[in-house]
Design a protein around this ligand. Structure first.
Ligand SMILES: [Zn+2]
Ligand SMILES: [Zn+2]
Length: 149
């Protein structure tokens, strides 16, 4: 099975095979870089990931991890660490943002990592009112569901 994806503007495209793992990350670096409370990622072995279009810029986001993003639209597409390869894995892993998949429904997260760093309201927020589009009632017209702002 092939997994196709890319950045928002289409200047960076990739092809991946053979999902190794997938999850949510609640670390503070992912949070700040994405601007989202948590991110979803999936990983594949290095040989199972191919950039098919574009030349993303590199950002060293921590001592051992480099992230690659589209210089045109800013989407963070994937990243790699440079730590020694664990024998049980056999290859370096590429982690890609799950939301960059053309069909994100094809890969379901299997875990939450950095759970200790999650925003404290993460689970509570899953029970919030849902609206099928961006057309949402004025906050004053909704039942108050939070006392945090
Ligand atoms: Zn782009
Ligand atoms: Zn993270």
């Amino acid at each position: 099975m092939e997994y196709l994806g890319g950045c928002f503007c289409g200047a960076v495209r990739y092809k991946a095979r053979q999902i190794f793992d997938a999850g949510y990350c609640h670390c503070s670096i992912c949070r700040r870089i994405s601007g989202a409370a948590a991110v979803c990622w999936f990983s594949v072995r290095e040989e199972d990931f191919e950039l098919t279009l574009g030349d993303p810029s590199a950002l060293r986001s921590s001592e051992h991890f480099t992230r690659y993003f589209c210089r045109a639209c800013g989407t963070h597409v994937h990243g790699m660490d440079d730590l020694p390869v664990p024998p049980s894995v056999g290859s370096r892993l590429v982690s890609a943002m799950l939301g960059t998949l053309d069909d994100p429904s094809a890969v379901m997260p299997a875990l939450h990592q950095w759970w200790s760093s999650r925003v404290p309201w993460y689970e509570e927020a899953l029970a919030l009112p849902r609206f099928d589009t961006g057309l949402i009632p004025h906050p004053a017209k909704r039942p108050r569901r939070t006392d945090r702002w």
